[in-house]
Ligand binder design. Structure first.
Ligand SMILES: Nc1ncnc2c1ncn2[C@@H]1O[C@H](COP(=O)(O)OP(=O)(O)OP(=O)(O)O)[C@@H](O)[C@H]1O
Ligand SMILES: [Mg+2]
Length: 268
């Protein structure tokens, strides 16, 4: 299953951590993702940007198994995971968050994270809330507490999700994803609707998550956040690769500027 890559004479061979190859997703006549290829290094925070409707969320939906790709490969730790079911992909450690905040509003912060430990990987969420004292459930509770501590939400563990401030709700979305023990975390616009202070806090959180060894693919329109967090950025437009490079290269790229100007958004 492991695909060795020759890296040149005398060099060690290594396995691609993650790559999409010639990935396409069609909706009827619309090519939402069109022959897209890119590769991620283990441990990086990669930006995936592009104007509204460029296909970013569709890329996430296909990687995470919410949609089957029309064609192409998704290589993860040497295996082609394209076409697997979402819970199979999640169990392998590829976990996504959602563009809209999706919390169990009437559950506490803590209960949301407990559900997160189950929802991506198990069939029955409700067993998580039954509260019987099995060892695995104690483990889940300990891990949930650790994650809440890690993300600065421990003091709010008993608050209902609906009552949390927006920034904390978005952090809870990340807590739920971390509860599923990701190796690759797909973040879909985690900065949406944030004020500058919340944005600063979220940037720190994302760096902390990366420092745990988790690779991050970040879809985001907040260019300050993207440029600040990512060493490397992949830009798509009309589902196709438009440009790849460092923040400086992307900022100065004519095609990127044109693509954003065409939609009234700005890349920098
Ligand atoms: N389930 C679907 N059925 C039909 N068309 C879809 C579906 N999901 C997405 N699309 C279309 O695919 C294209 C890409 O949409 P997508 O949501 O992936 O864009 P995006 O880059 O995430 O945009 P945004 O920045 O606004 O979130 C759009 O034209 C969209 O209307
Ligand atoms: Mg989107």
């Amino acid at each position: 299953m492991v695909r060795p890559i020759a890296t040149g004479p005398g060099k060690m061979t290594e396995t691609t951590f993650f790559a999409v190859q010639n990935l396409s997703k069609n909706f009827g006549g619309l090519a939402a993702v069109n022959d897209l290829s890119f590769e991620l290094k283990k441990g990086e925070i990669r930006g995936l940007i592009g104007p509204n409707g460029a296909g970013k969320t569709t890329v996430f939906n296909v990687i995470s198994g919410f949609y089957r790709p029309s064609s192409g490969k998704i290589l993860y730790e040497g295996e082609n995971i394209a076409g697997l079911k979402s819970h199979q992909i999640a169990r392998k450690g590829v976990i996504r968050t959602f563009q809209a905040t999706t919390l169990f509003q009437e559950f506490s912060t803590f209960q949301n994270v407990i559900v997160g430990r189950y929802m991506h990987t198990r069939n029955n969420v409700w067993t998580a809330l039954a509260g019987t004292a099995r060892a695995s459930e104690r483990e889940n509770e300990e891990r949930a507490n650790e994650i809440l501590e890690f993300l600065g939400l421990a003091e709010r563990k008993d608050e209902l999700a609906v009552n949390l401030a927006h920034g904390h709700q978005r952090a809870l979305g990340i807590a739920i994803a971390l509860a599923a023990e990701p190796k690759l975390l797909l973040l879909d616009e985690p900065f949406t609707g944030m004020n500058p202070e919340e944005t600063r806090q979220m940037m720190k959180l994302i760096e902390k998550v990366r420092d745990q060894g988790i690779t991050i693919l970040l879809v985001e329109h907040d260019m300050k956040a993207v440029m600040g967090l990512c060493h490397h950025i992949t830009v798509i437009n009309f589902g196709q690769l438009l440009a790849e490079g460092s923040p400086d290269e992307i900022r100065d790229n004519k095609d990127v500027i044109e693509a954003y100007l065409g939609t009234g958004e700005h890349a920098a």
